[in-house]
Design a protein around this ligand. Structure first.
Ligand SMILES: [Zn+2]
Ligand SMILES: [Zn+2]
Length: 256
């Protein structure tokens, strides 16, 4: 294209953009209020409500704990299966409502906005982790029956894009499990232990496992152990929300 044609094309796109904005003013992806959403796609109010500012343990994600690499007192006693974990906030209030919406089909834009915000908030830790690829937690067979992509798939795609790495669907469920949210916390570990198989080469790679919400961590533990057994050099976890109190763990919709 000649330079003047390029200039005209750029101008035409700019006019088209203004027209689109007049017809469809930008809205917050979650509360749908018109206005000037932040780059992640959410308004300032929703960002304040979804991303908490509490200091969390960089290893297990426990709220109110220091961010040292070795983890908090609790995870020094019993180390989590992963090398580091980032979450946007506690599984409560606005973030809980948004995560429950993301679990249902047709909320790709909300998933993308929350995932983008998650990466924005934790870019330093995620870059330190130097992950090679993002791995979504595979969907439960019962949920797969009703929809194409899972919430974890949507979040993984957006996280990968923001980090400029690929998505690798490296994990599959190797045996049927019961829905985690139908089980008491103490039975969830056994329900999913050894339930995942690695089907892509991950040896020597640093993987970021992505899910919508961390409750007991049993599903994520099983996923991370499978990746480690297959030779992954590092395994990190990113999730939109973390259930901070045991009372929240049995709540409807929390599945991991
Ligand atoms: Zn909003
Ligand atoms: Zn910890």
């Amino acid at each position: 294209m000649t330079p003047w044609a390029q200039r005209w094309r750029r101008q035409a796109l700019r006019w088209a953009g203004d027209g689109v904005d007049l017809l469809f003013p930008p809205r917050c992806r979650w509360c749908r209020r018109e206005g000037d959403p932040l780059p992640c796609g959410l308004c300032a109010g929703c960002v304040r409500e979804c991303a908490d500012l509490r200091e969390r343990c960089s290893r297990c994600g426990a709220a109110g704990q220091g961010g040292a690499d070795a983890g908090c007192v609790a995870c020094r006693r019993g180390q989590p299966a992963w090398d580091g974990l980032v979450v946007l906030g506690g599984y409560a209030d606005t973030l809980r409502d948004a995560v429950l919406r993301v679990k249902r089909p047709g909320a790709e834009d909300v998933a993308q906005a929350l995932a983008t915000l998650l990466v924005d908030r934790h870019r330093a830790e995620l870059e330190r982790a130097r992950v090679d690829a993002v791995v979504p937690v595979p969907m439960h067979w019962w949920r797969r029956a009703g929809r194409g992509a899972s919430a974890a798939d949507e979040i993984a795609r957006a996280v990968a894009r923001a980090l400029d790495v690929g998505v690798v669907s490296a994990l599959v469920r190797s045996r049927p499990t019961r829905m985690q949210n139908e089980l008491p916390a103490e039975e969830r570990g056994a329900n999913v232990a050894g339930a995942f198989r690695v089907r892509k080469p991950v040896a020597g790679k640093r993987m970021l496992v992505v899910d919508d919400v961390v409750t007991t961590g049993s599903t994520l533990t099983a996923c991370c152990r499978a990746l480690q057994a297959a030779g992954a050099a590092g395994v990190y976890v990113a999730a939109l929300a973390k259930a901070d109190r045991s009372g929240e763990e049995s709540e409807r919709g929390a599945s991991s």
